[in-house]
Design a protein around this ligand. Structure first.
Ligand code: ADP
Ligand code: MG
Length: 234
């Protein structure tokens, strides 16, 4: 089996700028409003990791992992891909922290990718329950990301986090979002923002940060049955 170098996202322009895909050894972030294709894009990374023979630990924090959606994206490779995924579902932010701390126990041989989808949903619930703990929760989120960055580096895997931001109309709670986004962006070497477009099938992606420190790049993506891809295709 060839050494895993990059994990393609499946969006050509983004993969081009990323010299093949998201990086092994560091943390990447996909963020955007609900329904902008964050989970779909993460699943494409899982499929493209599996195509190279490497396993994924998929931490499904908001209970939205759909086998049906995976089968649409993996297509004829579904069976092989499914066998290379370990799925975990923490119930609260504390459990998420336990998963983070035990990550290396779950990751035996041939792991290429760890996905946290959505890394901020349980954090948000926690903060919502008790505003007085916001400071503590922010510190815990930062701690978890620091551990993830270290695991990426030492285990030579890619870590992919997703985060949901709320539109201006739907902003809850006001103080939480900027802090969480800042923390996540700080730890990520690759940052992809997905912005809704007028056509609900279309998304405008902005590669805000990349390891080569090139200027931000924007491209239009379309969400379809087969996944999320550049549109128009080249
Ligand atoms: N089979 C499909 N064909 C076309 N679009 C789909 C399909 N499955 C999901 N979608 C679209 O993908 C979007 C949700 O993508 P998802 O990756 O779950 O978003 P997010 O994780 O950002 O909330 C929705 O707009 C939904 O309509
Ligand atoms: Mg999602």
């Amino acid at each position: 089996m060839a050494v895993l170098q990059k994990i393609p996202t499946g969006c050509d322009r983004i993969d081009q700028i990323l010299s093949g895909g998201i990086q092994i050894g560091s943390v990447s972030l996909i963020y955007g409003e609900a329904e902008t294709g964050k989970t779909t894009l993460a699943m494409q990374c899982v499929v493209n990791c599996a195509r190279q023979g490497y396993k994924t630990l998929f931490v499904d924090c908001d209970n939205t992992f759909s086998v049906r959606r995976l089968s649409q994206i993996a297509s004829d490779k579904f069976k092989e891909v499914a066998e290379l995924i370990i799925l975990m579902k923490p119930n609260d932010f504390h459990e998420q922290g336990v998963v983070v701390d035990r990550l290396t126990d779950y990751m035996t041989k041939n792991f290429g990718l760890v996905v946290f989808d959505t890394v901020t949903s349980l954090y948000r619930l926690s903060v919502g329950e008790s505003a007085s703990k916001t400071f503590e929760m922010n510190r815990e989120l930062n701690r978890q990301l620091a551990v993830l960055a270290q695991v990426a580096r030492t285990q030579k895997v890619a870590v992919l986090t997703t985060s949901q931001v709320h539109s201006a109309l739907n902003r809850v709670p006001v103080s939480v979002q900027p802090v969480a986004t800042r923390v996540l962006k700080f730890w990520a070497d690759t940052v992809i923002a997905l912005n809704p477009a007028e056509n609900p099938q279309m998304v405008r992606a902005v590669l805000e940060k990349n390891p080569r420190k090139l200027q931000a790049v924007t491209c239009d993506l379309k969400i379809e049955e087969k996944g999320i891809h550049e549109y128009p295709m080249h």
